[in-house]
Design a protein around this ligand. Structure first.
Ligand SMILES: NC(=O)C1=CN([C@@H]2O[C@H](COP(=O)(O)OP(=O)(O)OC[C@H]3O[C@@H](n4cnc5c(N)ncnc54)[C@H](OP(=O)(O)O)[C@@H]3O)[C@@H](O)[C@H]2O)C=CC1
Ligand SMILES: O=C(O)C(=O)Cc1ccc(O)cc1
Length: 427
């Protein structure tokens, strides 16, 4: 593979991460972003001889042997339509977007027939060390030789390769990403609606509450389009997010109506279908003593009880959709692994689930919080169902502004928490 050059179109967070890692491994990289960022990018990468910045994607495409589109999912069609026809003859093309259906459609429509298509998706954010994280590689329309070349190029990331079709990828990530995010987005929206910084309230500080708070703030501190794109454009996500909202609503109604037996049976059945076949040969993934270290507030001497509606609904949703989340570990993001860890914690801890069910029925202190959470889950689901990017952006950014003053501290604590917990999981 002498003189093999890699092209990166879109030099945002992911494009830059790939450019740095591929050039560190010795590959020649041609890269561009929008034309107006040409000078700034040239300056930023001036000290890297292996990276050549171009003004636009035509110039990157004609000079490169493997071209990766790292642009917003919602723009992929427009950008591939623009630069696709300029692709060097017999080159290989792929994309990094989080949802593959629109990406593949754009490639099939706009790439000349002699171009091979091998796409990919790093299942982690740009600030996470890629080593050991899943990297999905999709051989969509390619010779074995092209496929081997892509695997060889991407092996320098040190990620674990997962080979799937585009449809398999979208089906699994609808669960590991889109629904997981819907739960955290709903928590954030509900806290915002009640004007609560959750770490300032006794109910929310300590143990698994810290995981919920830190991960929610982590999501809201990122760019809206990443989360909007992977939920709205994924053909499988609509149904899954709708079921999550339905599970939240139905459980909330059972709580309001005091239907204790129905509630208990439903939760226990859901727990059995999701966790029933698991062999618990290890310690609990998450331990209070570890989790308590990652608080944004001070732990009160007597934390108020929580009915964990968001977690009960998650397990109910998985169960209704016949999803066993452990089957999806191959496509798990760090966030998903922690979310699964939190649900596991609730369903495996002796007595805790029974306490939570009792609290859900008997304690109405937090009915208004849960009402806001229910509205929020329904609101996100409606946005996704209607494919409404503008409302999605507005909902996201208004809550982002609410939490913004706390992002620097939350990012620090959240990163530390993720590092510690994920290291423990690896052991
Ligand atoms: N962030 C994450 O955690 C992950 C993201 N992804 C996916 O990777 C892709 C990129 O994400 P990320 O890097 O975070 O997003 P960014 O917004 O940081 O990067 C996208 C870049 O593409 C640029 N762009 C838009 N149009 C063009 C064009 N015509 N020519 C060249 N560049 C263009 C954008 O410019 P402008 O901003 O001006 O539009 C922007 O700089 C997305 O599809 C995302 O879903 C995948 C894994 C993880
Ligand atoms: O871990 C997560 O789910 C994240 O939030 C980071 C992320 C966002 C988009 C992707 O396509 C992959 C990873």
């Amino acid at each position: 593979m002498e003189n093999f050059a890699i092209g990166l179109i879109g030099m945002g967070d992911m494009g830059k991460m790939y450019a740095r890692r591929l050039s560190d491994a010795g590959w020649s990289v041609n890269a561009c972003d929008r034309e107006e960022k040409y000078d700034a990018l040239r300056e930023e990468f001036a000290d890297r001889k292996q990276i050549k910045i171009f003004p636009n994607g035509h110039l990157v495409s004609r000079a490169s042997d493997y071209i990766l589109y790292n642009v917003e999912a919602a723009s992929i069609h427009r950008v591939v339509a623009m630069y696709g026809p300029s692709t060097k003859q017999r080159a290989i093309v792929g994309g990094q977007t989080s949802c593959k259906a629109p990406e593949i459609t754009a490639f099939e429509k706009h790439l000349p027939e002699d171009i091979d298509i091998v796409s990919c998706h790093s299942l982690h954010g740009p600030a996470v060390d890629p080593r050991g994280q899943p990297l999905v590689i999709i051989k969509h329309r390619a010779s074995d030789e092209s496929f081997e070349k892509v695997k060889h190029v991407l092996s320098c990331l040190g990620s674990t390769h997962v080979y799937l079709s585009a449809a398999q990828h979208d089906k699994i990530t609808a669960d590991t990403q889109a629904v997981t995010h819907a739960a955290f987005l709903s928590m954030g929206k509900a806290w915002h609606a009640n004007e609560q910084f959750p770490w300032e309230i006794a109910r929310y500080v300590g143990g698994i509450e810290n995981v919920k708070i830190n991960l929610t703030l982590r999501i809201y501190s990122q760019k809206w389009h990443v989360y909007a794109g992977l939920a709205i454009l994924n053909p499988y996500a609509k149904e899954q997010i709708r079921q999550y909202a339905r599970s939240v609503t139905e459980l909330y109604k059972l709580m309001l109506g005091g239907h204790a037996e129905e509630f208990r049976t439903r939760i226990k059945q859901a727990g059995a279908s999701v966790f029933g076949k698991q062999q618990w040969d290890s310690e609990l993934l998450l331990q209070d003593s570890v989790l308590d270290r990652f608080s944004l507030g001070n732990k009160p001497s007597t934390p108020l009880p929580n009915n964990h509606l968001s977690l009960l609904a998650m397990v109910d949703c998985w169960s209704r959709l016949d999803i066993v989340p452990y089957d999806h570990m191959i496509c798990s993001t760090p966030l998903f692994r922690l979310w699964l860890g939190v649900t596991e914690y609730l369903f495996r801890k002796p007595g805790l689930l029974d306490d939570v069910i009792k609290i859900a029925m008997d304690d109405d202190t937090f009915r208004s919080d849960d009402l806001e959470f229910t509205f929020a889950a329904r609101g996100w689901s409606d946005c996704v169902t209607f494919g409404d990017f503008e409302s999605w952006k507005d909902r996201f950014q208004s809550t982002q502004r609410f939490f913004e003053p706390r992002f620097p501290e939350a990012t620090k604590v959240g990163n530390e928490m993720m590092r510690t917990i994920l290291q423990n999981i690896k052991k």
